[in-house]
Every structure is written in C-alpha cells, then in structure tokens.
Design a protein. Sequence first.
Length: 449
Amino acid sequence: MVGMATTHPRAERAAQARAAETQLAADGIDGVVFGWVDNAGLTRVKSVPLAQLEHAAEYGVGAVPCFDVSLVDDSFTAAPSSTGPVGDLRLVPDLDRLTPLAAQPGWAWAPADRYTQDGTPHPGCQRRFARQVTEAIERRGLSVQAGIEVEWVVADATGAPATLGPAYGMTRFVEHSDYLREVLRALTAQGLTVLQLHPEYAAGQFEVSVAAEGPVEAADTTMLVRHTIRAVSARHGLRVSYAPVFTEGSVGNGGHLHLSLWRQEQNLGHGGPGRHGLHPDAEQFFAGVLAELPALLALGAPSVASYLRLVPSRFAGAYRCWGLENREAALRLITGSAAGQANAELKCFDAAANPYLEVGAVLAAGLAGLESGLPLPPETPSDPAALVAAERLPASLPEAIDAYEKSALLRQALGSDLYEAVLAVRRAEAELFAGHTDADVIKAVRWRY
Ligand code: GLU
Ligand code: MG
C-alpha cells in the first residue's frame, strides 16, 4: 500500500533510459514527451527523439523558469524568486512511469521533475513537493491511496457539446460508442485500471475513474488520463474541455479527489471505533483537511472559473462539512462495499488544479490534523443548503487567496518559493479577470484546461 515515487541519481536514470530504449524502439516509438503541470494547472511538455532519451534522463532538458509564474492565458507574472527571462531549469523524466501512448502511435510519455542546472531539485517543483509530503506521512508508518476522477465535456468542431443526450443517458453511449470504447482501450493499454466510465450530468459531459494508488502516482495518472482522452478525442474529430465550467449556469467539470489512509494493509476508514468505522487517525486526518479547506481551495479550485462551478445544488461540495454519502458536503465519506474501498471524496476540487499541489497540500493538512489530534466535527447528514449554520467555502478566487495567505501551514509545507509562486499566479489570474462577466470568464478558459 506504500506509494513510492522515488527519484533516481543521474547514473541510474541513464541506465534506465538505455534499458528502455531497446523496448521502445521495438515498439516503434520515435519520441518521448515529458509532461509537468504548472502552477496555473496547465500541462506543459517538451519532447525528445528516442536517440536523445538517455542524455535527457541523465541531464534533463532545458525548461524556462518563468513557467513557475505562467498564467492560464500564457502570460507571466512575477514572484520573489522569479528571474524573468534569465536562467534555466532541467526537466527530468521519471522513467519509472514511462508509458507508450496508445492514442498517439510512435510516442511515449513520462511525468517530469524539475531540477536546477547543478542537478539539485528545484524548490518550485510541484511533483517534488507531493513526494516530500507523501514521505512525511510514510515516516509516521502511514500511507495514503488517492485517485482523481476526471470529468470532461466533448464538443464538436464548432465547440458545441457533441451530444445532447440526457444526463447519464444511454443516448450518449450509443452516439459515441466507438469513441468511448477507444478511451477504455487506450487507458487500459497504458496500464491503468479503469473502474467506471459513464455519461455525466452536463451537456456533452462524461466521466472516468481509475483505481487508487499512491498520491504522486495518482497525480501522474491524472495527467496521463486527461492527455489520453484528449488524444482519442482528436482522432474522432472531437474537442475536449476540462474547464471548471463549460456552459454558464450549468453543472461543471469536477476533479474529485478520493483519499484513504492506511497503516500497512489496514484501511483506517473501515472497522474503527469512530463514526462510520473511522479509526482515530483517519478522523484526525480528515479533520485536518476540513480545517484547512478554505486555503486548500486556492490549490484545488485555482481558477476564477472554479467559483462559477463551486455553487450549491451542483454536487460540487460548496459547503465546508462532511457527511456519509452527502454530495453537497465538500468531504463526502464513502464506506464502500468492501473494507478496502472506504474513502473520503473531496468534491470541491476541479480539474484546473495542479494535481501535485492538490494532493501534496491535502496530505500536509491531514498530517497536521494527525499531529495535533484534531477532532472531527459533527457530521452533516443532510443538504447543508437547508441549514442555517452551514458554512460556505470561499465563493470567489480572491476569498480563497485570502485564506491561503493566512495559512502558515501551507506556507511551511510548500516552502517559500513554491508558496509565493502559487500566490503570485493566483493574484495575477484574479486580476486578469477582475470585472469580467461570468460568460467572459468561461469563454476565456473553456479550451485552456
Ligand atoms: N460534475 C459535478 C462537479 O462539478 C459532480 C457530479 C458528481 O459526480 O457528483 O463536481
Ligand atoms: Mg461525477
């Protein structure tokens, strides 16, 4: 149950690349794309031909540092650690996760870590942050299993939803039978365990969920799943949007984060003396997450558009509370049909989030809950919208930024460089869209995520 995304020293990485090259060549792979996610939540890539893989694995490929402060519209802001146009970083692929891409024949993919030019980890590397927090949890003899649901809207070449069939409707499955089959096949061929694939509520919306794994691996997987769906869609002449809201006033695209806490082989969300079988560690962990949730939204719901999605009655979890199978609570507890399945679902997050920042920060908050023995508040067993005492989560990006700025916990966990870079990006995006109508915001980011 231990999620281990380790880093390898240079010589090992080179040896790994040499070993992989023969197989990749036999599989007809011509190039490898290295993916990472910036603080705005956009996946950025570089690629190398197969012949350059060994060198790239050993030394990395150049990566411009100003992408630490890139915004959703590809403009740049500045943070205290910014060096503007000067300097370079190295993008180093993690070949443990090297995957031939089923929907892009001839290409393989690997998630990347960012290093400085002298070979030390870059303090602004989001994947490294997620790994560090994962290791801190493991030092307590615990581990986390995580999974991020992917919701997306498929659109035709004009940008209109490509199916108008009803929510969860068979019509959508019939209309897109070949497409959905190819999505399933591509994900499975890439070694992913698909749990479910279904039409979602909003027009043109679908959802896929995959098996839980270690936090860093789950973040990697999210990048891979989204990339794969996009590639399959392109082959079918379809466009894809993971934006928090596609159609104004309608249900949006969530990126719900499922979490379970384990001690060795024991799921601490099952068979314990607490509420619904929670063990004390799990109660404290989830209490820590709830306590920090307003600040965590700056990472899990990072876009101005996120707050057009995060509203009551859309199953988006707009209230700071928890409840068993409560789909309006930000934290929905799920007991599942077997011991291993019990988990908590953070519904308030969306797919504009950088998944590494999201899982790292949530784990840091959970860890703080464990360390201080925080009690889990009373359960909310009904729709919080009907309760006078219900607490809404931040209703705008500026409100989430306020909470983030007050979070000593996140500043400490992220480290000053990463914390400040994220803050600069959030402030700049809030500024970018200040005074825009909802429709303008949705239009501006619809095809960016
Ligand atoms: N699409 C909804 C959201 O924005 C979630 C629907 C559901 O899966 O419960 O989070
Ligand atoms: Mg859903």
